[in-house]
Design a protein around this ligand. Structure first.
Ligand SMILES: [Zn+2]
Ligand SMILES: [Zn+2]
Length: 295
């Protein structure tokens, strides 16, 4: 098993420089439950380098309250140094820890060439592609009342259509390797009347872009109360041969490799025997279970 989606810092926490000890603790916790390799995938928007590139992307949001909310959210998060983060993970790799260097990258419409140019300067193994906001609406920020109130104002089917379109656009840019939490729009518990059309479009986006898709336990910790993706969407990915990663999306040590056995069970049901690992952004297939059972 893999845990290919890990954050060092909880949202809202002021970032401290990452340490080798933190990375080692993540690896050890993963290994203790049979997860052989992890990817650290901090949010791009936590770094000052992203701030310089992307600050103000919310300027054309017509809703003043959402615009101000995104500006405040951004200011709260964009403090860390990308060079320090990369150096820390590389030193962990050099020390022999089973970790690869990743990043979670949001979709910034019209700016992904600039994002790709920034990221090309670093030796990333894997880039996760995510949509956490529609325009500037943080539809999955369940702790934020302003964001959650939008679910009462907007049409749920339209929100899902917008979400799916953003994923399609992100995939088409070719910037990232893995579609993170593919049906994240359900995080707060809101689902479209007929999800099949969105599911088919999400699968098509992965197939045509060559991206892998992530199977994540994080949805179980949210009102959605199921893994990302939903079982019928996971089955569609598997049926089309989309490579899969497994992930916890932990933002703290306690959640590292969360419910990895439950993820393995979902893969077993679909007879998926391999996962997609990455080295220098090239996919490598690994068996779902590589550990020899003990006596
Ligand atoms: Zn995410
Ligand atoms: Zn994440």
């Amino acid at each position: 098993m893999l845990d290919y989606h890990l954050h060092l810092w909880p949202h809202g926490q002021r970032d401290t420089a990452p340490t080798l000890e933190e990375v080692a603790a993540y690896c050890e916790r993963a290994r203790s439950v049979g997860v052989e390799e992890v990817a650290l995938t901090e949010h791009l928007f936590r770094f000052r380098q992203a701030d310089r590139l992307l600050r103000g992307f919310w300027a054309d949001e017509p809703d003043a309250a959402l615009r101000a909310s995104m500006a405040a959210y951004w200011d709260e998060h964009a403090h860390a140094d990308l060079d320090d983060y990369v150096a820390c993970v590389l030193s962990a790799k050099d020390a022999g820890l089973p970790v690869v260097l990743g990043l979670e990258v949001d979709y910034y419409r019209g700016r992904m060439d600039d994002v790709a140019a920034l990221l090309a300067g670093y030796p990333f193994d894997v880039l996760l592609g995510s949509v956490h906001w529609i325009g500037t609406w943080r539809f999955d920020d369940i702790g934020d009342a302003l964001s959650m109130a939008q679910w009462s104002v907007r049409d749920v089917d339209a929100a899902w259509d917008d979400y799916t379109s953003a994923i399609e656009e992100l995939a088409a840019t070719g910037t990232c390797d893995v579609l993170a939490h593919p049906d994240l729009a359900k995080a707060a518990g809101h689902r479209p009347g007929a999800p099949e059309e969105c599911w088919d479009r999400l699968v098509e986006a992965a197939v045509t872009s060559g991206m892998a898709a992530e199977l994540s336990s994080a949805g179980w910790r949210k009102p959605a109360a199921e893994a990302y993706p939903a079982p019928p969407l996971l089955a569609r990915f598997a049926a089309r041969g989309v490579p899969l990663t497994t992930a916890s999306d932990a933002h703290c040590l306690a959640d590292v490799a969360d419910r990895s056995a439950d993820l393995a069970a979902l893969l077993d049901e679909l007879e998926v025997g391999h996962l997609r690992a990455f080295r220098a952004r090239r996919g490598v297939d690994v068996a779902v279970r590589t550990r020899v059972p003990g006596p």
